[in-house]
Structure formats: C-alpha cells, structure tokens
Design a protein around this ligand. Structure first.
Ligand code: FES
Ligand code: FES
Length: 178
C-alpha cells in the first residue's frame, strides 16, 4: 500500500512501490487528464506537480511521491479558472490537445516560480513536445497568463489571428456541412 495525496485528497493505493506514478494516477485513481506519450521522461505529456515542482510522472516510482502534494490537471482549478487555463482558452492553444495538459502543468509551475517570465525563461522551462507545433501559441499564452503580453506584440497577434482563423475555418466547415 502507498499513501498518496492527490489534488488535496488522501488515498491509499494497492500497487508495487516501483509502479510509475502515471500508471497509478490514470489506472488506480482514474484521473485520465494526465497523458502517456513516450514513457521515458522525454515528451512531458505526463507532467504533474509534486509539491509545486513539475515532474514527469511516467518516470517517477509511486513510492517517491508518497507523503507529497501531487497535483494533476484536474486539480489545477475546479472550473478551468487558473490563469494559465484561461489564457489557453483565450488563444485556443490546443490543436489535437494530446500534449496540452502537460503543457499547462509545465506553464503553471513556471509561473509559480517566475510570475513574469521572459521568452528565454519560457523556452528554457517549457521543454514539453507538441507534435502539432503549437509552440508559438503556448509562448503567447504564457505571457497572457503572466500579464506580460505586449499590446501590439507580433507573436500575440499572430497567435490570436491563428486562433481566429481556426475558428473561422471551423464555422465555415459547419456552414458548408449544413
Ligand atoms: S510520457 Fe512521460 S515524458 Fe513522455
Ligand atoms: S496539440 Fe497536438 S500534440 Fe500538442
């Protein structure tokens, strides 16, 4: 048995101590917002917070998380109201969405440490992989969440324009289908 504290709830799980934390979060606890990508600590899809630090849960044995504060995407806010989640929605950051819970958790951890990150800080901290290539929107959304988005900044405009273009395309598709 391993005693865990996940999103403020204490619970015991009956697993081997070397079971990867990601497996336990998804299979035993049933929180499937945290994703499995590579399984070898490379992609970041499985990022959760342990005592506020971003951790790649596919490569951490569950025993190492015992007694610590584990936060998953489901626990970041109750209703999507965390500033990072709001910024992500504002810019329509996700494309397929698979990597995005990990991206959001990495961004939230960065802002917890550096409330006003520079582009360099963002690029250094956000090493999660996005196969859809949403990196420009991710960086812009981190600035929005931090309140450091510059009015007239080209990246922000480009990201917002892309989001609007995607919206337009989606609506046009629906209109065409109808
Ligand atoms: S699944 Fe954990 S880093 Fe890729
Ligand atoms: S949005 Fe598709 S992998 Fe990142």
């Amino acid at each position: 048995m391993v005693q865990l504290n996940i999103n403020g709830r204490s619970q015991q799980v009956d697993v081997e101590p070397d079971t990867p934390l990601l497996w336990v979060i998804r299979e035993q606890v049933g929180l499937t917002g945290t994703k499995y990508g590579c399984g070898v600590a490379q992609c970041g899809a499985c990022t959760v917070h342990i005592d506020g630090e971003p951790v790649r849960s596919c490569s951490m044995p569950v025993s190492a998380a015992a007694g610590k504060r584990i936060t998953t995407i489901e626990g970041l806010s109750r209703d999507g109201s965390h500033p990072v989640q709001k910024a992500w929605a504002e810019l329509d950051v996700p494309q397929c969405g698979y990597c995005q819970s990990g991206q959001i958790m990495a961004a939230a951890a960065l802002l917890g440490k550096k409330p006003q990150p520079t582009d360099k800080d963002i690029d250094e901290a956000m090493t999660n992989i996005c196969r859809c290539g949403t990196y420009q929107r991710i960086r812009a959304a981190v600035h929005i969440a931090a309140g450091t988005a510059k009015a007239g900044g080209s990246i922000i405009h480009m990201a917002a324009d892309t989001a609007r273009a995607d919206d337009f395309a989606a609506h046009t598709d629906h209109a065409t289908e109808a």
